[in-house]
Design a protein around this ligand. Structure first.
Ligand SMILES: [Zn+2]
Ligand SMILES: [Zn+2]
Length: 335
């Protein structure tokens, strides 16, 4: 077997995240480019897409998120004792449901809404006005619903912007905590639930495969809230961790295929389903398309959700930009 000699220089974040062994456990979000790359990908996917207007609007939202992330002030973070306690409990240090949120994120939501005013279609204008006029307790109630998955009391029209502001706030905390080097090493380690984000405990939006040097096609789950990506072996279902009955579905192949099927194997985006728990999560392959981005590609592939849900599987992925299970979502993808 011949091997191509490849020299790949790791970023400081990757070196920091590498906890021994060949495969890095974590990929930290790249603070300077995360949302801007998402915006770029959304614009690319919007071209000729039946939901092009929606994807372009989401691109404006992602670009506005990037601008906000770059200008956020310092916020309270867990101290060394809190990090130790979380590590001992096998719990995430910035838990989505319990972390005492700094109200700075209300201001983020208001500026995001203001940035979107110029691009928003008429029906969305009222929602943006509501955010602009939002009171502190209203913001906190919406966040509680969104972060604990409670639909009752959640304002669906404003939810994508509320979710976007919370993503900015949590990504800010995750990257600030990771960059703060007090000689203790990575603040994020393995937690008890392998399927939950080791930083905030949230569910993933989707998986992305990455190849690093000699480790090919490693699967990372992309956190729906703080944007961290953590490693989970390919043979485990991200929802129930079973290793038995996984199958792959793609639009190209129209139907379920066993892993290794030549048609399904060529698709850059698939749904991975589990017959043990009945859940599915999309998986995107960066070695088949280097521009795949979990949130953007998830939004642009709702027809795959329809296909897989018709086959009886439940969506496991969370996308704060588009809440499934809601009465008026997802939008009709037909032209
Ligand atoms: Zn997270
Ligand atoms: Zn499962």
């Amino acid at each position: 077997m011949t091997m191509t000699a490849t020299v790949r220089v790791m970023t400081p974040e990757e070196i920091a995240a590498r906890g021994g062994g060949e495969t890095a456990f974590l990929h930290l979000p790249q603070r300077g480019t995360l949302f801007a790359q998402r915006a770029m990908r959304l614009r690319q996917l919007a071209s000729g897409h039946p939901m092009g207007d929606f994807l372009r609007f989401m691109a404006e939202l992602a670009q506005a998120q990037q601008d906000r992330l770059e200008s956020l002030p310092g916020v309270p973070l867990p101290d060394a004792d809190a990090l130790d306690r979380a590590a001992k409990l096998g719990a995430p240090p910035l838990p989505a449901a319990d972390w005492p949120r700094d109200p700075v994120w209300h201001g983020v939501a208001k500026v995001l809404a203001a940035d979107l005013r110029a691009h928003a279609p008429a029906p969305a204008q009222a929602a943006l006005e509501q955010i602009a006029a939002g009171a502190d307790d209203w913001f906190e109630r919406q966040a509680d619903c969104l972060l604990t998955g409670v639909m009752e009391g959640l304002d669906l029209a404003t939810a994508p912007v509320i979710g976007a502001a919370l993503q900015v706030y949590w990504t800010h905390m995750a990257t600030t905590l990771a960059a703060h080097d007090d000689g203790r090493g990575q603040p994020f380690g393995r937690i008890d639930d392998e399927g939950a984000c080791p930083c905030c405990g949230s569910r993933p939006t989707a998986s992305i495969t990455r190849s690093n040097g000699e480790s090919l096609g490693q699967r990372y789950l992309h956190c729906s809230l703080c944007s961290l990506q953590w490693h989970l072996v390919r043979i485990k279902c991200p929802a129930c961790l079973s290793t038995k009955r996984l199958a792959y579905h793609s639009l190209d192949a129209a139907g379920a295929d066993a892993p290794g099927d030549s048609r399904a194997a060529s698709a850059s985006l698939q749904a991975e389903s589990c017959d043990d728990c009945g859940a599915y999560l999309k998986i995107m392959h960066s070695d088949r398309d280097p521009f795949v981005e979990p949130v953007a590609d998830d939004l642009a592939s709702i027809t795959l959700d329809l296909l897989v849900s018709e086959a009886g599987y439940q969506r496991h992925g969370v996308n704060l930009m588009l809440l499934f299970g809601a009465p008026d979502a997802p939008p009709d993808p037909s032209p």
